[in-house]
Write a protein that binds this ligand. Structure first.
Ligand SMILES: CC(=O)N[C@H]1[C@@H](OP(=O)(O)OP(=O)(O)OC[C@H]2O[C@@H](n3ccc(=O)[nH]c3=O)[C@H](O)[C@@H]2O)O[C@H](CO)[C@@H](O)[C@@H]1O
Length: 367
């Protein structure tokens, strides 16, 4: 029986939506899935935990600036291409589904040469480099928004389908009840603020929490996901928090969806996956996008697009420091009617089950 190959990695945003699609496939198709990722990327652990077969290939980063590493990486990408080609042939691959990230580029190129149909999905409002490189090789290009189509040439636009962003099933079904106990806290029934920096954590959010943990925990119970790089600060922040009102974690897994459901407000980066999970759980948010000075600016555009729906507010560095953010949080926590209208806007934004639509596209191609 031929294999369905999933690929994608580098950050959680290029892995979790792929898992959401995987889980919507019929069981007999799930059993045929193999994930191709990198040797050391975040995807290896996440995919491995799901019991999905995994093969690693060499990968190189695609930088937009000049660096001597680029030459080395060219060889790594070429090695990745041949490794992927060999895997696709040996497995008798029937289809490749790419969730993007650098590792996906040689896999999609190999699929094209091997004559294997490719479906790709882009999460961000405007396509990243990997999507721009792989779109011409794809049979179907799945995009989050109608206006995302404009980024492609007229011939590629014909292959584009607007699917929204796939969110894992647990975000639809999670219950808020007992969520705080999963974080080791007693639920007093008061407001809960969840601060999350996305799959890699966010130093800036960690700094804000560190500076304002006293007043924040006077207003609410605070759950804080720091990223691995912030693990060392958790103890110090906990010591400055009101007792019983703070729990910090480098990363969360099964607790994530229930905690989103229980939260009255989330403060987070504006990664595409994070935004769609907020939408599905109907959780009001303050988005603090990674600035265009330190990224390609996708989070600023994601944030602006989502905030325009009324589901979130955007806080940017030039609005002030942690005191200004605290004020915004306080204003929202004191206004339940406003949060209720934000929650309604969020749920309306989420729309249909995107993972199911993409699984349907895959199913029709491999029929
Ligand atoms: C710094 C960076 O490059 N960020 C990009 C990355 O964000 P990032 O990798 O953070 O991705 P998203 O915000 O899209 O999704 C984060 C995912 O990680 C999960 N999660 C997070 C923390 C945790 O402890 N446990 C956990 O499971 C969330 O549930 C979510 O599914 O990919 C996104 C999608 O292309 C982009 O929009 C972001 O700009």
């Amino acid at each position: 029986m031929s294999t369905i190959v999933f690929t994608g990695g580098g950050t959680g945003g290029h892995v979790y939506p792929g898992l959401a699609v995987y889980r919507e496939l019929p069981r007999e198709q799930q059993e045929r899935v193999l994930w191709i990722g990198s040797r050391r990327g975040i995807e290896r652990g996440i995919v491995g935990d799901q019991g999905i077969r995994y093969r690693a290939i060499p990968t190189g980063k695609l930088r937009r600036y000049f660096d001597l590493q680029n030459f080395l990486d060219l060889f790594r990408v070429a090695a990745g291409f041949f490794a992927a080609f060999w895997i696709l042939k040996r497995e008798g691959a029937r289809l490749v589904f790419s969730k993007g990230g650098f590792v996906a580029v040689p896999v999609v190129a190999a699929a094209r040469v091997a004559g294997v149909p490719v479906v790709i999905h882009e999460s961000d409002a405007d396509p990243g480099l990997a999507t721009r490189l792989t779109a011409p090789l794809a049979q179907v290009i799945c995009l989050p928004y109608e206006e995302s189509i404009q980024a492609f040439s007229p011939s590629l636009q014909k292959r584009a389908v607007v699917t929204g962003n796939p969110v894992r099933e647990e975000f639809f079904s999670a219950s808020a009840q007992d969520a705080l106990s999963l974080a080791g806290l007693h639920d007093e029934g008061g407001p809960v603020v969840f601060v999350t920096g996305g799959s890699l954590g966010a130093r800036q959010l960690n700094q804000y929490v560190g500076e304002q943990i006293g007043p924040l925990t006077e207003m609410a119970t605070v759950i804080h996901q720091t990223g691995e790089h912030g693990a060392d600060m958790i103890q110090e922040i906990a010591a400055a928090a009101r007792p019983g009102r703070y729990a910090g974690f480098p990363s969360l897994s099964g607790e994530f969806a229930p905690l989103l459901r229980r939260s009255d407000l989330v403060i987070c980066r504006a990664g595409a996956g994070s935004i769609w999970e907020l939408a599905v759980t109907g959780t009001p948010a303050v988005l603090v996008p990674l600035s265009s000075a330190s990224s390609r600016g996708d989070q600023e555009r994601n944030a602006a697009r989502y905030a325009a729906s009324g589901a979130a507010l955007v806080f940017s560095e030039d609005q002030g420091g942690s005191e200004a953010l605290l004020l915004m949080v306080q204003t929202l926590l004191q206004d339940p009617a406003r949060r209720e209208s934000m929650a309604r806007a969020a749920r309306a934004f989420a729309g249909d089950n995107s993972a199911r639509s993409i699984a349907g596209i895959i199913g029709r191609i491999i029929e």
